[in-house]
Design a protein around this ligand. Structure first.
Ligand code: ZN
Length: 310
């Protein structure tokens, strides 16, 4: 009886089994899911709260990647601890670094390395659209018979990203001009600042692997006081220790600063939640930053979908 209940596996059914895709970050995994739909089975190596600058592959990650039909990683030295691993894997599996091919004139330079660029391109939905296009191309190469479906899904997702860009422009323009300073734990928001006209200061540099010195903390405390900045931000994937040191330093000078909220810098929100998608992640960041810095906008974001109290 059990045998009869099993589905009949034909050659055709096998050919249509979902494409096994492994992605490093949640943002890349989300793009693959949006474009691939039911044609893909996507695993993200780095979940909520995981710092990609520090991440090293685990044994189960290696197993998943060696069995995958397609492996997508970010590149631009984001996954700094996994560079060599990916270069080796490229000889064995289809592997694509989805941000590596972005036009270099659109990228910000890297403070610590003359020959490298700021990898945090997902902070600019306009740049992320180019990455989405790379993901579509990689999926299409892996499964050419689904090219039309992938193109249609990509087009729908790109339209959502256009709506996000419009929302961000409108919401952030409501922040009073003299309050457009974004101070965060590490320098992940450079592209965001460039797109929306914000000055960005990170306590740590572009990578979380460099320690912030006391000099840097002192310099930023002076900035908070001099510019009368009232809110700074913590990040879900970085320790809040240095941000708290900054708040204490300002308090010692008689200047009260509060935490404006937790931002998703290098990792998305909880799996299965709206904030656990690229769109929700950016909606959360835009809405949190705009509100904390004095804009009057709806608390639940661009589509009323943000979780209350996050
Ligand atoms: Zn980062």
């Amino acid at each position: 009886m059990m045998l009869l209940a099993l589905p009949l596996v034909t050659g055709r059914a096998l050919a249509e089994a979902p494409l096994k895709v492994v992605a490093t970050t949640g943002m890349i995994a989300d793009a693959a899911r949006q474009i691939g739909g039911a044609e893909v089975e996507v695993k993200a190596l780095m979940g909520p709260g995981v710092d990609p600058h520090a991440y090293r592959q685990t044994r189960s990650d290696i197993v998943a990647m060696t069995r995958a039909d397609l492996v997508l990683w970010h590149g631009l030295y984001l996954e700094a601890q996994m560079q060599e691993f990916f270069h080796d894997l490229t000889r064995k599996r289809p592997v694509v670094a989805v941000a590596e091919g972005l036009p270099k004139d659109l990228l910000r330079s890297h403070d610590d390395y003359a020959d490298k660029y700021d990898p945090h391109v997902w902070m600019s939905p306009a740049l992320w659209k180019l990455v989405v296009e790379e993901v579509r191309a990689a999926l299409t190469t892996a499964r050419p018979q689904s090219a039309e479906l992938f193109a249609a899904n990509a087009q729908a997702h790109l339209a959502e990203l256009d709506r996000l860009i419009a929302y961000g422009t409108e919401a952030l323009a409501r922040v009073p001009e003299n309050k457009r300073i974004l101070l965060t734990a590490h320098d992940a928001f450079g592209y965001f600042g460039r797109d929306y006209g914000f000055e960005v200061q990170g306590i740590q540099g572009i990578s979380t692997q460099s320690e912030a010195g006391l000099n840097r903390i002192g310099e930023l405390v002076d900035l908070l006081v001099a510019r009368d900045i009232k809110a700074v931000f913590v990040e879900s994937s970085v320790s809040d220790r240095s941000v708290r040191a900054l708040i204490e330093g300002a308090a010692a000078q008689g200047h009260a600063v509060s935490i404006g909220g937790e931002l998703f810098s290098d990792a998305m929100g909880a799996d299965g939640s709206y904030e656990g998608t690229y769109l929700g992640m950016l909606d959360h960041n835009i809405t949190t930053i705009a509100t904390a810095l004095g804009a009057e906008i709806p608390a639940r974001g661009m589509a009323g979908k943000l979780s209350a109290g996050l």
